[in-house]
Design a protein around this ligand. Sequence first.
Ligand SMILES: *Cc1c(COP(=O)(O)O)cnc(C)c1O
Length: 359
Amino acid sequence: MIKFLDLHKINLPYQEALHHKMQEVIDKGWFILGEEVKMFEKSFANYCGMKHCIGVGNGLDAMVLIFRAYIQLGILKKGDEIIVPANTYIASILAILQADLIPVLVEPDSKTYNIDPDLIVEKITNKTKGILVVHLYGQLADMDKLNAIGKEHNLLLVEDAAQAQGLTFRGNNTKAFSFYPGKNLGSLGDAGAITTDDDTLAEVLFAMRNYGSEKKYYNEIIGVNSRLDELQAAFLNVKLPNLETENNRRRQIAKRYISEIKNDKIVLPFCGDFAKHVFHLFVVRTENREHLHEYLKENSIETLIHYPIPPHKQNALAEWNNLSFPITEKIHREVLSLPISPVLTDDEVSKVIEVLNRY
Ligand SMILES: *Cc1c(COP(=O)(O)O)cnc(C)c1O
């Protein structure tokens, strides 16, 4: 069986270093906001070319905290509208709701599946204050156009980079990352981070993730407990140096899939420039998805669906269920994610290609 994602195999090369780090943290006996968190924040900020990195509990919290910090600073206020892609993982939308802001959904470009910049302007009202950009599946959204729209309409841009660790971003917008175990840089539990160039925002965020406190037992603002765990930070310190190599391996596999899969029934992902994609997922489309999924399973290839139901059709967002986003809905009906990970072997890649070409 070719697994969709073999986390055991992915972490195997790091096993010894991870054990060593774990022992180190246990021996030190400092488990909250210690040296490992500081070191990771410094390394990740450097790696991203940003001034600050704030380690937080997970990717969702990273986004919620960014919005709440902007509210704290008076740059956003409750009830402001934030443009967000309709075609995203629900976390992007939940983050806006949890910060008491109003998500305004916009359809994706049918080639890249990322938000279509040309459809944004018609959604802008006098309450619109920001855009939450998502780099879906690891592909850079159309940042030239998005940054220009932001500038022209005085909108705050925030980026959901949960699927895009290691991507070369455009511009210094504040970004949210998740290090959920299956992400390109994955921890061994929940973890997340924010990167920003804004000193004031960083100061608020450092306090907000830790009960609103900079000095222990002195609370300056109303905060939450969403600290990057010391042990997870230690694991991330072990894995970060290899992220670039692992992303390049993902690109290599994607290049082979794109050039060697030849089947009229399968729509391959659009990738104009491999430098603008870190292939967190390799997503194809087909009219009869369940059939292809079953066929691949019979041929010992595991695939997943990202995602089966769009956010506006979820029970949790019942008041939106009657809205219509045809491009988003079509994508959700047709997508299927092929195995792609740095530990997939050349033979396994060949097998996936061969089986798909026979379909
Ligand atoms: C994984 C993911 C998140 C959330 O990350 P968590 O760490 O699980 O909270 C947010 N947005 C997108 C697009 C994601 O893929």
